[in-house]
Each structure stands twice: as C-alpha cells, then as structure tokens.
Write a protein that binds this ligand. Structure first.
Ligand code: FAD
Length: 396
C-alpha cells in the first residue's frame, strides 16, 4: 500500500526519511521552514551503523567522496596534552563492522541527501513553509502552515528538531531543557590548522567540566572544532549565536596550547545552547509520528544524534513495507526504535560525566581514570552494540 506522506522539517532526519520513503514508492512532500536549504557549517561524525544505513539508501558512495576516513580516535588530557589511543576508525572499523567511521561537513551531507531526493522527485521539497500544527480525522492528516495554507496527506512525520511544533501539537507541554552546557563550534581551513594538530585523527580532549573535539572534514580541506563547556550561568539568548575568539579562549582558560591555537585559527566561532528532553514514552498518535531530534534529542557526547535520525528513517520505511497500514506502521516503528534511542541518549549522558570528570584534574589521577574508562574492553562494551546495529536486519 503506497501513501502520500508529509514531512515537517528538511534537516538530516527529514531528508533521509523522504529518501527512504520515496525509494519504496511513496509520494512524499517535505515542508521546511527555512527559505533555503542550509545546514549549519560544522562537522558530523558518522559511525559504521550510520554509514551502513546511508549505503542502504544508496547515498554513501557519493558522500564518501566528500568525507574523511579518519584513521583513528585519540584521547588527550586538557592541560598536559598527554595522549591515549581510543580506537581505530579506518581499516579496523571496516574489518569489524563492514563500514567505515567517517567525518563529514554537514552541508555536504545535506546536499547529498537533497540531490538524491530531488533526483527521485524534483518537486518534493517545499521551502519557506513553516509547520504550525496538525489535525487528523478519518485516516487523513492536515498540516497547517504559517502562511495560512493547509496541506493534506495520509500521514505526517514530524522531523522538525528539538523545538518540534509537531511534537507540541501531539503531546503539548514542555519546552526543551537547557543542559547547562554550551558548544563552541568552528570550521578551520586546513592551511590555518596549527602544525602540532593531528590531521588524520579525531581527537577528544577531556577535562574537568568540559571537553574539546576536533577532526578533519571534506577530504582533509577543513578541520572541525567543538568545545563543550559546562556553563550553567550562560543566558540562552539564541540557539546559535556568533561569539568572539576572546570569549571562546576565556572559556578554555588553562587548556593546552594546541587547543588555544585551534581557537585562534578559527575564522568564526558560534556558541550553541545544548538542549534536550527526557526520553519520551510515545512518539506516534494515529497517522502522525516523530523522528530524529523531535523525539530523542541528545547530548552530542556519543556522536549519535544525526545517526539515530538516519536509522529512524530506514526503519520507518521498512515498517511501511511490512505493515502497510499507517497507524500500525507508526506503532511498530516506535516500538522498534524507542528503547534503542533511549539507551543511546543515556550513553551520551554517561559520556558527559566521563569526559568532564573531576578525576581529570591532574595527570596522576587522569592516567588511572583513562586506563580504566577507555580500556579496550570498556570501549568495546560502550560502542560495539551501536556500531553493529544493522537497519536492514534488526527485527521490526
Ligand atoms: C555540537 C554538536 C555536535 C554534534 N555532533 C554529532 C555527530 O558527530 N554525530 C551525530 O550523529 N550527531 C551529532 N549531533 C547531533 C545532530 O546534529 C542532531 O541530532 C541532528 O541534526 C538531528 O537532525 P534532525 O533532522 O532530527 O533535526 P534538525 O537538524 O534540528 O533539523 C530540523 C529541521 O526542521 C526544520 N524545522 C524546524 N521547525 C520547523 C517547522 N515548524 N516547520 C518546518 N520546518 C521546521 C529546521 O529548519 C531544520 O531544517 C551534534 C549536535 C551538536 C549540537
């Protein structure tokens, strides 16, 4: 049974859902609030479970040309710079999981998805169309748009991010919670990256009350910088605001010279409030469901937010194939995804404590802590089940 499916939100989750559903023969229309398609210029790590899902959607090969196969991940101590190997990402990931762990410039990922959607349905994406609410009756949904128009379909997917209007329409209630952390984000052209910084690895600097991540993007032409600091006093004026080099340097006071030199090299730095919610017990009501950050926003410490949205999309499309009827499909999709996403959100919360731990204050305490928390066994225990998740074969 093929349906006319509306999607609110054309981010990574909405686009991937559109692609997965169009590929299975559904008629899809995406309503995106932004007047042009523009991802935030930052990096995103896609672990093997994510690259496997993108391969299943037929877009991984295009993305791979624009991504980086980082050879490994390392941990460094915030003040002394002492380095520990975390895990191999290159050949070992391929041998172990069948797919690589890649780092990608977000606009490149979105463009690959948009091109693939438009190749299959040229007029699927409707820009400058902000969703404001949804009603449903007799197996039909009506999506109200801010410009006053109402569009109708058989089903609606709310992929409209952490501030989701669709979630609010279905369940009412709360605003997302500020986690008390801000993320500084910048992208540095490789010619400005200081020589001391590793260019082929992803690096996690860990320290008391904060951590820093950097990794290469766009076949090594860019370097992504993220500095996450606990700042409960920060007033959240915007979801993403440009800051100054000095402010960012102040927030990383006492951190190693390599971190300082990366901050100094960044042409622009943005600060984001990290927002989230407690895991939801229900995502679907009748012919409307949620996907991605709209239903399971997460701290970024496990690097799984976008990957979860991509996985949701493939599982949802498989459920349509298997069950046909919209309400059953949405219930089964929710059943297949709710526990696994909640486990990842909890894993990201645990990593926040791990990355920002008081034991990291000095090198003596840090060495014992890192040896325990990042031992090969501990790392495999934390990540193996995530990387092995196969969207094409997990039971639905
Ligand atoms: C610092 C940081 C680092 C991260 N690193 C990683 C990483 O390495 N790996 C990873 O997997 N994840 C990472 N994430 C998480 C990832 O960015 C998100 O989980 C992901 O973007 C969620 O995608 P989404 O499509 O669900 O939501 P969004 O990306 O928020 O997209 C929602 C879309 O809906 C649109 N929209 C919103 N409201 C409306 C409306 N009312 N009507 C119509 N359209 C609307 C928005 O304009 C947007 O285009 C990171 C996040 C942060 C903050």
């Amino acid at each position: 049974m093929k349906h006319h499916i509306l999607i609110a939100g054309g981010g990574i989750g909405g686009m991937t859902a559109a692609l997965a559903l169009i590929a299975r023969g559904h008629n899809v229309d995406i309503y995106e609030q932004a007047p042009e398609l523009k991802e935030f210029g930052a990096g995103v790590q896609i672990s093997p479970n994510g690259t496997r899902a993108l391969h299943s959607l037929g877009v991984f090969e295009d993305l791979q040309k624009l991504s980086c196969n980082t050879v490994g991940k390392e941990v460094r101590l915030w003040n002394t710079g002492r380095t520990w190997k975390l895990f191999d990402l290159g050949n070992e990931a391929i041998e172990r999981y069948g797919f690589p762990y890649v780092t990608v410039f977000r606009p490149d990922l979105l463009q690959v998805l948009v091109d693939a959607v438009r190749a299959r349905k040229p007029d699927a994406i409707h820009l400058g169309r902000r969703a404001v609410g949804v009603t449903q009756r007799d197996g039909r949904v009506k999506l109200a748009l801010e410009d006053g128009e109402t569009v109708e379909g058989d089903a609606l997917i709310g992929a409209d991010g952490v501030h989701s209007r669709i979630r609010h329409s279905l369940f009412g209630g709360d605003s997302p919670r500020f986690f008390g952390m801000i993320a500084w984000r910048g992208v540095i052209p490789s010619e400005r990256v200081p020589a001391a910084i590793s260019r082929d690895k992803a690096t996690n600097w860990i320290g008391v009350g904060g951590h820093v991540v950097h990794y290469p993007l766009r076949a090594g032409k860019l370097m992504n910088f993220v500095g996450i600091m606990e700042r409960s006093h920060w007033r959240v004026e915007g979801w993403n605001v440009e800051g100054t080099t000095q402010e960012c340097a102040n927030d990383h006071k006492g951190w190693h010279a390599d971190v300082q030199s990366l901050i100094a090299a960044a042409p622009r730095l943005f600060k984001w409030a990290l927002m989230g919610r407690d895991p939801m017990q229900q995502w679907s009501v009748g012919h409307v469901t949620l996907l991605g950050d709209a239903c399971h926003p997460t701290l970024p410490m496990l690097a799984q937010g976008a990957v979860m949205a991509i996985e949701d999309a493939v599982i949802l499309s498989r459920c349509f194939d298997k069950y046909g009827d919209v309400a059953t499909t949405f219930t089964r999709y929710q059943d297949a995804r709710i526990a696994v996403t909640a486990r990842k959100v909890a894993g990201a919360n645990d990593n926040a404590e791990r990355f920002h731990n008081p034991a990291l204050a000095n090198e003596a305490g840090a060495a014992a802590y890192v040896d325990r928390e990042w031992s090969r066994d501990a790392v495999i225990r934390r990540y193996e089940w995530i990387f092995q998740y196969d969207v094409d074969t997990v039971p639905i």
